[in-house]
Write a protein that binds this ligand. Structure first.
Ligand code: ATP
Length: 247
């Protein structure tokens, strides 16, 4: 597996109260091009901080992040981030939200083509002129994914994108996301605190523990999609994962 993204010994200290506290400790892993990796860990173990550091929204205290062999320093269009809440611009229609990152970079015709294609992919082609306030939570999150994809980033960084949705919508979006990933083979790092989501989606699962946030295991899941929760192999991985979270 050739490393596309490489994290080498990432440490991150953050001021909590007056003292700097180590939030991430010696995080090292590699992600191959086109891979879908899930990161799981309990609340506060540093998942968001890790994703923000990869996105360049936080600077690591030490260590290095390489994308295609090049050190990353700060944010860039090569990494698209999707948050728990859609963060759409309420004053722009859906198509303008999705086109936002393309303005000034490509022609109006090219923008229109990209936006139309993405609206189709995320199942929102009839909502191009809708306002974010007119969308359900699931629709808004699909739109956020389309907006992140519009600039064709090399990597999608997803921070618990389905956590705020009800169980049925979450399960539908997980399925749609898998379809989208299989069609685009975009490299994805998907953070979740939901074991079942990680088991449904991940080709590998990175498990973090807290205080300080550190990797305790990386599990490969070379199982075909869609996965059944009744699959004995999946069940045995779930058992292993659960054992890692027993206090
Ligand atoms: N801007 C900040 N300043 C100081 N401390 C922070 C900051 N952001 C996060 N932290 C601390 O870093 C630790 C990790 O937080 P982080 O949000 O990365 O965890 P998480 O695993 O994503 O949690 P959750 O699942 O609840 O979102 C926590 O102890 C938190 O208090």
């Amino acid at each position: 597996m050739a490393a596309f993204l490489e994290l080498k010994d990432i440490c991150k200290n953050l001021p909590i109260g007056r003292e700097p506290v180590q939030v991430l400790k010696n995080i090292s892993f590699e992600v191959a091009a086109g891979e879908l990796v899930c990161i799981i860990g309990k609340s506060g173990c540093g998942k968001t901080t890790l994703l923000k550091t990869i996105a360049g929204l936080e600077k690591q205290t030490s260590g290095q992040i390489l994308l295609s062999g090049q050190a990353l320093n700060g944010p860039g269009r090569d990494r698209g981030m999707i948050f728990q809440e859609p963060r759409l611009f309420p004053w722009l229609t859906l198509e303008d939200n999705i086109a936002f990152g393309l303005k000034g970079h490509v022609s109006k015709a090219a923008r229109h083509k990209t936006v139309t294609g993405l609206l189709e992919i995320v199942g929102l082609k009839d909502y191009a002129k809708a306002w974010p306030g007119q969308l359900s939570g699931g629709m808004a999150q699909r739109a956020a994914i389309a907006r992140a994809l519009a600039v064709d980033p090399k990597i999608l960084l997803l921070d618990e994108p389905f956590a705020a949705l009800d169980a049925l919508t979450r399960s539908k979006l997980q399925k749609d996301f898998l379809d989208l990933w299989q069609n685009t083979l975009k490299t994805c790092i998907h953070v979740t605190h939901d074991l079942d989501e990680a088991l449904t989606l991940g080709q590998r699962i990175i498990i973090l523990h807290s205080n300080p946030g550190r990797i305790v295991d990386i599990i490969s899941l070379p199982l075909p999609y869609p996965r059944s929760p009744e699959d004995p192999e999946l069940k045995s991985v779930k058992k292993r994962l659960l054992s890692l979270f027993v206090d």
